[in-house]
Design a protein around this ligand. Structure first.
Ligand SMILES: *Cc1c(COP(=O)(O)O)cnc(C)c1O
Length: 389
């Protein structure tokens, strides 16, 4: 019988060694030994499942993957060194030269670079729809389209895409539906329930949750993961045993951390809605969010990212960052520490204004990754940075 989410995160464990450790130890070993020639032969022939070499599997990466598989309701998975290696390897494993992708335009910056700069080297093109153009998705599908790709909530605009509607389009056209579920975590949203074939995470964010290690993971159907596994096993983007050990421990506290992150984020969003120097606030669980209804259908909580438009544009955004005292100015998100960024003067500063607007980045847009500090301290810091004094 499958157990509840919190229980799976704590109790799915690799077998104990002869030392009967309670907490899974770190298996810092590159390879594993065989009793005799026959065991070595049958293991390499994959007649039995066991660890051979840590580029393929390792007890720590297996434990981490098994937990995410259970949490997402998937069949199988593979762990990667980073979120980007999970994304790139999954695409590279499944696509052939000449294939076509349909993707939402609002995707993580490096994912967009993969679509625009690198996949075209193999004659793989991508067509985009904007967050409010889901009705155009079917018209973008071509004979050679193989993958339909989205993130929801999106970064940094915190828009919501309807997983059910897009999942049905993918199914109708026999496309592989891939969802980057990084912003939600499996605690908040499980895209497989809505028809996703593969779910990808940057484990660097809320899954680690403490800003320590990089990691990525792809989970989904057995057949697709088998192709991705064989590609990864030969090309080498594996997660390290140490990072898997850290991340597997992180999963034990994912549910309580994410609950608190989301509770704090909602309070920050509500505070911002009432602030006179704020033009508008985007948070999935605020009634004012344009996709509030869809968010409520597919998400258990609103997530930890709040976006808001500060009055006064680029200058006001820069000034806000300069006045922040406690919160960090940093490129990460999903950390215990609250992080604020101003995309139009930093991460997306090199884009033209038109390109920025395509992904919902207005001049005064500020993104807050709400952390686990006492929410009054977070709000006080934001309030003093917003004040005109
Ligand atoms: C950070 C991030 C990634 C990339 O993950 P890395 O671990 O930094 O490689 C991919 N997708 C989203 C939505 C992210 O936030």
């Amino acid at each position: 019988m499958s157990k509840h989410f919190e229980t799976e995160a704590i109790r799915s464990q690799t077998e104990r060694s002869q030392f009967l450790e309670h907490s899974t130890p770190l298996y810092l070993t590159s390879s594993f030994v065989f009793e005799d020639a026959e065991e070595m032969r049958s293991s390499f022939a994959e007649e039995k499942e066991r660890n051979l070499y840590s580029r393929f599997t390792n007890p720590n990466t297996t434990e981490f993957v098994d937990k995410i598989v259970a949490m997402e309701g998937a069949e199988a998975g593979y762990a990667f060194a980073t979120g980007m290696s999970a994304i790139f390897s999954s695409f590279a494993a499944l696509l052939n030269a000449g294939d076509h992708i349909v993707s939402c335009r609002s995707v993580f910056g490096s994912t967009h670079s993969m679509f625009t700069k690198y996949l075209p080297k193999w004659n793989i093109e991508t067509s985009y729809f904007k967050v409010d153009e889901v009705h155009l998705v079917e018209s973008l599908i071509k004979e050679n389209t193989k993958i339909l790709y989205i993130e929801t909530p999106t970064n940094p605009g915190v828009d919501i895409l309807d997983l059910d509607v897009i999942g049905k389009i993918a199914k109708k056209h026999n496309l592989i539906f891939i969802v980057d579920n990084c912003f939600a975590t499996p605690y908040v949203q499980q895209p497989i329930k809505f028809g996703a074939d593969l779910v990808i995470h940057s484990a660097t964010k809320l899954i680690d949750g403490q800003g320590r290690v990089l990691g990525g993971v792809t989970v989904g159907t057995k057949d697709l993961i088998r192709e991705i596994y064989l590609f990864a096993r030969n090309t080498g983007p594996a997660m390290s045993a140490f990072n898997a050990w850290v991340l597997s421990k992180s999963l034990e506290t994912l549910s309580i951390r994410v609950e608190k992150h989301c509770e704090n984020a909602l309070k920050v969003a509500q505070f911002l809605e009432d602030n006179e120097n704020v033009e508008f606030v985007k948070y999935p669980f605020l009634k004012s969010h344009p996709q509030y209804k869809v968010a409520k259908q597919q998400m258990k909580l609103g997530g930890n990212i709040v976006a808001f438009e500060i009055k006064g544009g680029i200058d006001a955004g820069r000034q806000f960052l300069n006045k922040i005292k406690m919160c960090s100015l940093s490129a990460n998100l999903g950390d215990t520490r609250t992080i604020v960024t101003h995309p139009s003067s930093t991460t997306h500063g090199r884009l033209s204004e038109e390109d920025r607007l395509e992904v919902g980045i207005t001049d005064g847009l500020v993104r807050v990754s709400v952390g686990l500090e006492n929410v009054e301290d977070i709000i006080n810091d934001i309030q003093q940075a917003l004040s005109n004094k």
